[in-house]
Design a protein around this ligand. Sequence first.
Ligand SMILES: [Mg+2]
Length: 121
Amino acid sequence: MRNKILVIDDDDLVRKSVQRVLVTAGYNVTCAQDANQAIDEIKKQDFNLIVSDIRMPGKNGVETVREIQKIVSQHSPKDIPIIFITAYADTSEQLGAEFLGEVIIKPFDLDHLLITVIEYL
Ligand SMILES: [Mg+2]
């Protein structure tokens, strides 16, 4: 079943509310608060989708996702679909994100996020 989602966000409140809505919808959710945690999780298990913040201390979401796709490409021919959630519209960071996946601008509606997740899985 394609139900494993990795949620990456440094903001506890966002991470927890996204996790709650996805778990309630029946997805198996793992959370990471930064690039290092996310990369550790990717090495431990396969995911069907990633929801990632862009602005984070240390590596940003775009850099994190690029690194994750590089690791995944070593054992899978397919990239993992990415949904970015960001409060920062029209930044150069976001421009990079658009080449890698869907971008949803915060504050966002959790139902909108859930619908987007369902479209990808
Ligand atoms: Mg952030």
